[in-house]
Design a protein around this ligand. Structure first.
Ligand code: ASP
Length: 414
């Protein structure tokens, strides 16, 4: 059994869905669990609708355009098919949910944003059955149990494992399965989400619990490249990457796979393939238990960074007690540190820009430190650096901070 995950770009039109179903068909000599995310930029569009709702703006045009987009895809997949897959009831429900009041913004977010996956899975399943008959549909909310931390729900592995074994493993005896990524449900049955781009993680959860031979994430790139081709020219594709390298890449901001995806697979030794859906015969990149001798440098850009420097006034040295106080405030404000460095008189931290969380951090520190900010920065990480890659990345840039370990070279630049 294998798990396949198809993201927004691979299912963004009727033509793309046909291509996706042909890929599935070509592999249906063995059982598959196919995980789909929302189509194209649907999640962003739902976020805009939610923002309009929150600000009491009119969102009807945006909602109608979302409905037309999905209805057009259903129509383009075939006339009979359109009525069979009818998405009217889903839009009817969405309109109802948009009128409800929720206890928190985060709860409203998950109840509304999850519609992207509900729509895509309905349309794709109806079409997929006409191409590959032996497929069942499973609503992943009956399988993935999470806590109620909306927008970043944490998986309850025990319940999810029990659900997967009783429902998915049973279904898999006779059929392959199509399901949604990104969403789950809490103990009260409320829909939750696993964090943006979380469908890769769904694929990894299912592959790990079901003991899949592999997880394949079908992407619009040839595999994992040593840099984002939209930002740098002359990128190279890796054939093999170790779990460790891949985990670090995602940690430092490479967007090719969701950061939580690696751990469940690495723990079970399940390979992760990143393959191009436009050239499905190419083998892409395999992330597995491998040692690559002298890997090529990878360059990862993380934009929208803020550099904070904390100082105690009066030339007091930064000591362990200060550091504990500062780090505790970071934990309380739920801010992830991307890089840190300390000197005698100051402690510097690079984080994703987020004014709301910064305010909270300030509250927790209650004026104990002077804090200096630099915004609109870029964090560049060079994994497996060499002097040439450092030269390339440093030249003609204003460097605010740099750090070097044996594997990684990092720069915070303007
Ligand atoms: N649809 C969700 C998002 O765009 C999840 C995913 O694509 O993985 O973030």
């Amino acid at each position: 059994m294998k798990v396949f995950k198809f993201g927004g770009a691979s299912i963004k039109s009727a033509e793309a869905i046909r291509n996706m179903c042909l890929i599935v068909k070509a592999h249906c000599n063995e059982k598959l669990v196919v995980v789909v995310s929302a189509m194209d930029k649907t999640t962003n569009q739902l976020e805009r609708i939610l923002e309009a709702k929150n600000n009491d703006y009119d969102y009807s045009d945006e909602l109608n355009s979302l409905e037309n987009y999905h209805a057009n895809i259903a129509r383009d997949l075939g006339e009979n098919f359109q009525s069979e897959s009818s998405i009217d009831d889903i839009f009817h429900e969405l309109r109802g949910v948009l009128k409800e009041d929720f206890d928190s913004q985060a709860e409203a977010y998950d109840q509304i944003i999850s519609f992207g996956e509900l729509l895509s899975s309905r349309i794709i399943y109806t079409y997929l059955k006409t191409v590959v008959p032996n497929f069942s549909f499973v609503d992943i909310r009956t399988i993935i149990r999470t806590d109620s931390q909306f927008r970043d729900a944490q998986v309850n592995w025990d319940i999810t494992t029990a659900n997967s074994k009783s429902k998915l493993a049973e279904d898999l005896k006779s059929n392959s399965i199509l399901t949604q990524g990104f969403i789950g449900a809490d103990s009260r049955g409320n829909t939750t989400t696993l964090g943006r781009e979380g469908s890769d993680f769904t694929g990894a959860i299912l592959a790990s619990i079901l003991g899949a031979k592999s997880l394949t994430v079908w992407k619009d790139v040839p595999g994992i490249l040593n840099a984002d081709p939209k930002k740098l020219q002359d990128t190279i594709k890796f054939d093999d990457i170790s779990y460790e390298e891949a985990a670090e890449m995602t940690y430092y901001g490479a967007k090719v796979i969701h950061p939580k995806t690696i751990k469940p697979l690495a723990n079970k030794g399940i390979p992760l393939y990143v393959r191009p859906f436009l050239s499905p015969s190419e083998k892409g990149t395999c992330i597995h238990d491998v040692h690559v001798h002298k890997p090529h440098p990878s360059i990862i850009f993380k934009e929208n960074q803020t550099l904070l420097s904390f100082r105690v006034d009066d030339f007091t040295f930064i000591n362990e007690k200060n550091l504990t106080q500062i780090l505790h405030a970071f934990t309380l404000s739920n801010i992830r540190i991307n890089l840190m460095q300390n000197s005698a008189l100051s402690f510097s931290v690079c984080i994703d820009t987020n004014p709301i969380k910064l305010e909270e951090l300030n509250r927790h520190l209650g004026g104990s430190f002077s804090i200096f900010y630099n915004d609109k920065l870029l964090l560049i990480t060079i994994q497996n650096y060499d002097e040439e890659s450092i030269r390339l990345m440093s030249s003609e840039r204003e460097i605010l901070l740099e750090q070097r370990s044996r594997q990684n070279f990092q720069l915070v630049v303007r």
